[in-house]
Structures are given as C-alpha cells and as structure tokens.
Design a protein around this ligand. Structure first.
Ligand code: R1P
Length: 289
C-alpha cells in the first residue's frame, strides 16, 4: 500500500517535509544535538563535509570523521521535535519516496544524542558525562504509539507507587537504550542511569518561577527512587522519545548527557561549553573505535 501525500509529505525537490533531506544526504550513523549551533561544534572535527542544509531548527551536516560517514542533525528542544526527526529520518531509509511504499529490506540507523542535562544526585557532579540506560517518558509522546512491547511494567509500576503519580498525567513509560551503541560509548569516565524526559523546562522539571507545581516534591521523589539498583539520574527533554521511537522503528539509540546543572545541590557548570565540547570529542572517538 502506498502512503498518502497528506501523511508522507515531500517538498517539490523530493526532500522530506521538515528536515529538507533526501535519502542520499544522510549516513546510517547519526548524531543528534539540541542546539542548531552545536552542529558546527561537532563537524568542525570532521575530515570532510559533503552536505549541509537547514530548515527551521533542523540543521543537518553530513561528512566524515576519521573516515566514518556521520550525519549531525539539530533537533531543537523537546520530544515533539523528536517525533518529527525520527519519523522523517526513518522514512528516508525505510520508505521508497517514489513509490511511497515501505521497503522490504530494513535499514537500521545508529543514533547518538549529545545533549545537556541536569543531574538529580549529589554524587553525579556538574561537568560529568552520563549515558542513559533508559528514558523515562514523563511527557506522553510515546503513548500515541503501540508501546506494550517496549515498556518495563515492573519499573513503571514501582515509579508510579513511589511518586504517587497523578492519574491526570500520562503513563510514565520506561524504554531502554540500544545495547550495541551503549557498549560502544560506555567507559569508566561515564555515569549511567535512567534519564527522565520532561515535556517542558519549568513546571515539568519541577522549577518554580511564579506558578505552583502539581507535585512540589516530585524531584525529591524521583531522586530517592531506587528499584533493583535502577535509579533516575538526570532530567532533560528528548531521551525517552528518542529511545522509544528508535525501538519501535528498529534503530539503535544512545543518549550521552553533559551534566551542566546539579539540581540536588543547586550548582551550575562554570564552563558548560567545555563539558559539551569534551563530550563531543569523547563521543566521536568512541563512535569510530
Ligand atoms: C533545554 O535547555 C534543552 O537543553 C537540553 C534539554 O534536553 C533541552 O533540549 O538538551 P540540549 O542542550 O541537547 O538541547
């Protein structure tokens, strides 16, 4: 069955709607960054650049690092953008854009996020690196899909009980990373834990400026959650969406976090650009090993 023009939208040049990309523009190894200006901070390390484009917040550059073809793409902020980026990247490799039919042979992408994040624990300090073992979906995006096969019911139920999670909020789905990519990226320099992914920066991450929170104690409860030595280490805004959609679409994903804030002791990195640049170099080196 071919996919309708209203569902799979192409631009006049045949590129996919939001990303402005055609299949030949992307590698199978992909790095996601949030900030569009971070794309150049990754690709400045490349040996060659073959292609670059930008539409809205989605800037894409493809080139090689130590001979390996890699695409770097900025996703902007939040899980809603991840829905666009992952579905469109998958369409570029797994749907024939001419016939609009799903290809018989599946292509797997390796997707590594290099992002910033806030630690929830005193013992995970600012300026450290953290790899997300799982994404905890606090934002509800994944509930639009059939997620039973990728969920972790025991962990999720324990989290709901521990936090007295409001039934008015979406179900907190927990999704694991792509193990093959974790094995490539992990080392004793990197903390590991469950990353909670919020759908906003202020209230959804427990920050109060002028608006009172539905549950003012939620961050403390998240901090004290421990189930069979699984603890929730950090908060950001993309990882669960990346992990969930990658799993559902058959791709490998890992999220690397530069810890720039510590929400437990109120500290913020004195040089957040340095830890991000260090994480970029670390991740590129691991990807080519
Ligand atoms: C919020 O300031 C943004 O920073 C974090 C959050 O996930 C959110 O996207 O990551 P990035 O620095 O990768 O964008």
């Amino acid at each position: 069955m071919s996919i309708q023009h209203s569902e799979l939208i192409l631009n006049p040049d045949g590129s996919i709607y939001h990303l402005n990309l055609r299949p030949e523009h992307i590698a199978t190894d992909i790095i996601f960054v949030g900030d569009q200006y971070r794309v150049d901070k990754v690709t400045k390390h490349f040996d060659t650049i073959e292609f670059s484009t930008q539409k809205r917040e989605f800037k894409t550059t493809t080139g090689t690092y130590k001979g390996k073809r890699i695409t770097v793409i900025s996703t902007g902020i939040g899980p809603d953008n991840i829905d666009i980026v992952l579905n469109e990247l998958d369409a570029l490799v797994n749907i024939d854009l001419n016939t609009r039919k799903v290809k018989e042979n599946h292509t797997q992408l390796n997707i590594t996020r290099i992002g910033t994040s806030g630690s929830l624990h005193n013992d995970i300090p600012v300026d450290s690196f953290l790899l997300s073992s799982h994404g905890l979906d606090l934002n509800g995006l994944l509930q639009s899909y059939q997620v039973d096969e990728i969920s972790h019911p025991d962990l999720e139920e324990a989290f709901i009980k521990h936090t007295n999670w409001s039934t008015k909020k979406s179900y907190p789905l927990i999704v694991s990373n792509g193990k093959a990519l974790e094995d490539k990226l992990i080392s004793d320099k990197v903390y590991k834990g469950i990353t909670a992914t919020a759908g906003g920066f202020y209230g959804p991450q427990g920050r109060v400026l002028r608006l009172p929170l539905q549950d003012p104690d939620l961050n403390k409860k998240i901090d004290s959650f421990n189930y069979n030595n699984n603890r929730i280490t950090n908060l950001e805004m993309e990882t669960s969406a990346i992990y969930g959609l990658a799993k559902l679409l058959g791709h490998n994903a890992a999220s690397m976090n530069a810890i720039i804030a510590n929400r437990a002791n109120g500290t913020f990195s004195e040089d957040p650009y340095k830890v991000v640049n260090d994480l970029i170099v670390y991740t590129l080196e691991k990807l080519v090993k």
